[in-house]
Design a protein around this ligand. Structure first.
Ligand SMILES: Cc1cc2nc3c(=O)[nH]c(=O)nc-3n(C[C@H](O)[C@H](O)[C@H](O)COP(=O)(O)OP(=O)(O)OC[C@H]3O[C@@H](n4cnc5c(N)ncnc54)[C@H](O)[C@@H]3O)c2cc1C
Length: 483
């Protein structure tokens, strides 16, 4: 798609201010705060718009099309891929102010504005005995609109699925500014094309979501947490597979941490939960459901752990479960003990091929000399490969880029995908050619052209190559950085 827009933004912004008044800010601190997301690579916008009414979104998009102004939608800006970064400047549409939601107990639905924070929805549902399972680790900050736009996953996907599995209908605006409702607030419907699912995972390129109706399920009444240490990394992954294959328990969480991840996290928390085997690879396992089901499955998990692990711990109360969780919670931040920069790849492979991926990462580590740590969702194949590097050295930056390429090539060879939950954004555009054929990419481009003929929404993403390792991140502390 050609991108020959004139720099008319200033006149456009004046017009926008006349239409939307106080919802528009051109204050330097607002522009700086919304110039980047969790990837911390910044491009300056010309204005930030924080609507107080959904209808303002339609007005803004119509003006953006008239003046050819790029628009980048954002929720909390917690994406780690740069998908909420205003790559072409223009207007940032911040939906975090549209955060009302309510629960409909008859239908087990939650009707939410796009800016509602995921963790708040979970808490409110839980207070009514309902459960909204998708649980990205960022749930204290991220919004439901951002989750839907990225098809966010999290720790419990193994048993409960991803955001897509809980979206009943969506409401919002096409890139050209017309209002639409995609899907219906009904238990079933079979009418027309499924445009709703086209918006899910489209990373803010095909429309702006203002409302979502979400499906809730009954809250599990019981939970049991285990943490186990293994002598070998591959041994831990094989044991996880064995548990899944046996079919005697359906864990909601089955997390893997390799040696580097454990060593980093234990360093951060200043202790080890297994003094007899510090720094050993770990599996964190959680069961949930009806108390009798959890009790029965726990017996099977205990005997599996007796056979396969070096040592294991079982939480007897919520506080103990919280302690077992600490090492997992700390491992992402602890990566920065290894080097000052991270290329975080949330790759996913078939569960049977996790061991092959881990073997390959070991080879890439040796070949490049970089610390590369792997942790993540062993139960669903979504392992986070963290290539750590020193960005001060141009040579090391290139080596890090090479390491990621080698990992991505293997992931695709193993039948996997370059992203399990974070999406493409800016960070993974360099690898789309590995996963998609020219025909597949051209089909996506055709859909984008049809829905957004002016290329207004989130331009510069997916179809254009970007090399994040060549950019210096902005020096800011984001709310989640120290959690
Ligand atoms: C500490 C931490 C842990 C994380 N853990 C996980 C995890 O476990 N699983 C996971 O999947 N992700 C995780 N993430 C990534 C991130 O939180 C998710 O991608 C989340 O869904 C982004 O939500 P957001 O509101 O911050 O969206 P933003 O970052 O603001 O935007 C993300 C994308 O969605 C688009 N978008 C946002 N709102 C809308 C809207 N209303 N309409 C249309 N498009 C929109 C944006 O244009 C952008 O493309 C984590 C991030 C951090 C910082």
């Amino acid at each position: 798609m050609s991108d020959s827009r004139e720099p008319l933004c200033s006149q456009a912004t004046v017009c926008l201010q006349q239409c939307l008044g106080d919802s528009v800010s051109v204050a330097a601190e607002d522009l700086a705060a919304k110039s980047h997301d969790g990837l911390k690579i910044a491009f300056a916008p010309e204005a930030v718009i924080k609507p107080v009414k959904p209808v303002e979104v339609g007005t803004l998009l119509k003006l953006a099309n008239e003046y050819k102004v790029p628009v980048t939608t954002r929720g909390a800006g917690s994406t780690l891929t740069g998908s909420a970064t205003p790559r072409r400047g223009g207007w940032v549409l911040d939906l975090s102010g549209l955060d009302h939601f309510e629960i409909d107990p008859l239908n087990n639905f939650c009707h939410a504005e796009a800016g509602a924070v995921t963790g708040r929805i979970q808490e409110a549902a839980m207070a009514m005995g309902r459960f909204y399972p998708p649980d990205p680790s960022s749930l204290k900050w991220c919004t439901i609109g951002g989750n839907i736009a990225c098809n966010a996953g999290g720790l419990r996907c193994l048993k409960y699925g991803v955001t897509r599995d809980y979206v009943v209908s969506l409401e919002g605006y096409l890139p050209t500014g017309e209002h639409v409702k995609l899907g219906r607030d009904l238990k079933k419907f079979a009418s027309g094309f499924n445009l709703r699912d086209l918006w899910i995972g489209s990373e803010g390129m095909l429309g702006v979501i203002t409302h979502a109706t979400l499906r809730l399920i009954p809250a599990p009444a019981a939970r049991q947490t285990f943490l186990a240490a293994f002598s070998e990394e591959c041994g831990a992954l094989k044991a996880a597979q064995e548990l899944l294959e046996a079919g005697v328990a359906r864990p909601s969480i089955l997390e893997f941490l390799d040696r580097l991840s454990v060593q980093g996290a234990e360093g951060r928390i200043g202790r080890t939960l297994f003094p007899e085997a510090p720094g050993s690879p770990l599996l964190l396992i959680e069961l949930d459901g009806h108390p009798s089901e959890v009790t029965e499955e726990s017996v099977h998990v205990e005997s599996w752990l007796q056979r396969s692990s070096m040592a294991h711990l079982v939480a007897s109360c919520m506080e103990e479960a919280d302690e077992l969780w600490e090492v997992r919670r700390k491992c992402s931040g602890a990566m920065f003990e290894l080097a000052n920069s991270k290329l975080n790849q949330d790759v996913v492979v078939p569960i049977r091929r996790e061991v092959d991926l881990l073997d390959h990462v070991g080879k890439v580590r040796k070949e490049t000399g970089l610390p590369i740590a792997v942790f993540g969702h062993a139960g669903d194949g979504n392992l986070h490969v963290n290539v750590m590097y020193d960005r001060k050295s141009p040579q090391v930056r290139e080596t890090a880029a090479k390491a990621v390429r080698l990992v991505m090539e293997k992931v695709v060879e193993l039948g996997g995908s370059i992203s399990g939950e974070h999406g493409i954004g800016l960070a993974k555009t360099a690898y789309t050619d590995l996963e998609f054929t020219d025909v597949e990419l051209a089909t996506m481009q055709t859909i984008k052209n049809a829905m957004d003929p002016g290329n207004i929404l989130n331009p510069g993403k997916l179809f254009e190559q970007f090399e994040p390792w060549r950019y210096d991140p902005v020096e800011v502390d984001l709310p989640w950085d120290n959690h």
